[in-house]
Design a protein around this ligand. Structure first.
Ligand code: NAD
Length: 452
């Protein structure tokens, strides 16, 4: 089949590469000429493990192409996947200007081809408020009149950092359609990805759109829940790791997505929770729980900042101090820094007069674009701590999990670690001679260490 991905971002490129790898002819369209130039030069504008290699193989086989020209991208396509961004607008609602912009271009292409052309299937893959895919259908219809086309919604569940595996072996595929013919096209397309028997759920379009928001809202709720419990552990002296073990061994609860930290970030959970809240507000159906989920998430960064600030308040404040950030990306294995907790903490540190040095294996370039000279980016985790008064661990990259503690201790001005990812054991840090702050656990100190 001939497929076009509208938007060569995290979703469009992964989807395009994976569909081309099963034999489809895929064109990735983006209006950002820099991105397309990078792709045409054989590079990849994002970091996603394995993606560059997969794109190279399929581009070389002539199955994967890139363009900035909507006409070229839409003309021959049997299916068009809208994978553009849906960021939050000022009131938290999903901003649909990119989705509708794509819909207008698609309508122009259908109109230009005229009667007799094979009907295209337009698939909304972007995460969109319930009702958007039908609004896309109506917008195209308003331009093309009786010229036939089909509409579908097909939410994407991939996780950045593990996107290829998630796409190739999805837990489930969800498709919202209006007729059986479209359902069949979607089943045929996804068949190679569910050979192990995972389900393809065909449903109405409104429910399909809701599945995506419900899934992300549920995951965000789990994170805020465990962070709130970690806050109680902090004030009452319990250890969240022990609490997790005891709680999560209950099969009804399980242990997925119940890790305390700095709160959720990234380009999906924050905006999708806000979009759900906004959908509720617009319909006069308040989403009380989700408003709290959002609030807890915002507060989580402040609570962690209070630990940093509180520690330095005892020694004259943060002005003139240097903080070394280990990790910038919102989670490991990605270069995505959208809504990353590290940025919030860095900004607070800078505002308080501290100098910030940072290391991240792949997100440094994006951080430099976002923060400019305000943050000194360095190549290694050990370079970051030279002359630093403390470490702030903001991303749980593997390379931070077993550092040379003796080297860390002798390089830092003071052996102080603020760990927003609970990477180390309290007993270990006390033994290694650190003052060690983490989330939902007592502060470990070199002498009189807490029992882990
Ligand atoms: P992204 O910002 O990485 O990429 C979007 C791309 O679309 C940009 O390169 C932009 O230039 C391009 N674009 C905008 N308007 C266009 C147009 N009219 N024609 C061609 N290109 C256009 O976004 P993303 O992270 O890939 O997310 C896309 C959608 O998928 C969002 O709705 C998001 O919520 C959803 N989603 C994202 C993820 C994820 O992990 N990133 C996972 C599941 C779902």
């Amino acid at each position: 089949m001939k497929l076009t991905m509208v938007g060569a971002g995290y979703v469009g490129l992964v989807t395009g590469a994976c569909f081309s790898n099963t034999g489809n002819e895929v064109t990735c369209l983006d209006l950002d000429s820099e991105k397309i130039k990078t792709l045409l030069d054989g590079g990849c504008p994002i970091y996603e493990p394995g993606l560059t290699e997969l794109m190279e193989i399929n581009a070389a086989a002539g199955r994967l192409k890139y363009t900035t020209d909507p006409k070229e991208a839409y003309r021959d396509a049997d299916m068009i996947f809208i994978c553009v961004g849906t960021p939050s607008d000022d009131d938290g609602h999903a901003d649909l200007k990119y989705v509708f912009g794509a819909a207008d271009d698609i309508a122009d292409a259908i109109l230009e081809l005229g009667p007799g052309a094979k009907p295209k299937t337009v698939v909304v893959k972007s995460t969109v408020p319930v009702g958007t895919s039908l609004a896309v259908r109506d917008r195209i219809k308003a331009k093309v009149g009786d010229l036939p086309f089909n509409i579908a919604n097909n939410p994407e569940f991939l996780k950045e950092g593990a996107a290829l595996n998630d796409f190739n072996k999805p837990d489930r595929v969800v498709c919202g359609v209006e007729n059986e013919a479209t359902a069949q096209v979607m089943r045929d397309l996804y068949e190679p990805f569910v050979r192990q028997g995972n389900p393809i759920f065909i449903m109405d379009i409104l429910s399909s759109e809701m599945v995506k928001y419900a899934s992300n809202a549920m995951l965000a709720t789990k994170i805020s829940f465990v962070n709130e419990i970690a806050g109680l552990c902090d004030v009452y002296g319990a250890n969240i790791n022990r609490v997790r073990e005891g709680m999560c061994s209950d099969k009804r609860i399980g242990n997925q997505f119940l890790y305390p930290g700095l709160g959720y970030g990234g380009s999906c959970f924050p905006k999708d929770v806000l979009a759900c809240i906004s959908m509720g507000d617009r319909a006069g159906r308040e989403t009380t729980l989700l408003k709290s989920v959002h609030e807890v998430n915002q507060k989580q960064r402040d609570l962690f900042w209070d630990k940093i600030n509180g520690h330095f308040a005892e020694s004259g404040g943060l002005a003139g101090k240097t903080l070394a950030f280990w990790g910038i990306a919102f989670k490991p294995n990605t270069d995505d820094i959208r809504e990353a907790p590290s940025l919030t903490l860095m900004r607070k540190a800078i505002e308080a007069g501290a100098k910030v040095k940072a290391h991240d294996p792949v997100a440094a370039e994006n951080c430099a674009k976002e923060m400019g000279d305000a943050v000194e980016i360095v190549d290694t985790m050990y370079e970051a701590i030279e002359g630093a008064d403390a470490i702030v661990i903001s991303t749980d990259w593997d390379e931070f999990k077993q550092p040379d503690f003796a080297k860390v201790k002798s390089t830092l001005k003071d052996p102080v670690v603020f760990d927003g990812r609970n990477l180390y054991r309290l007993e270990q840090m006390a033994r290694e001679g650190f003052v060690y702050y983490s989330v939902g656990r007592a502060t470990a100190r070199p002498e009189g260490a807490a029992v882990n």
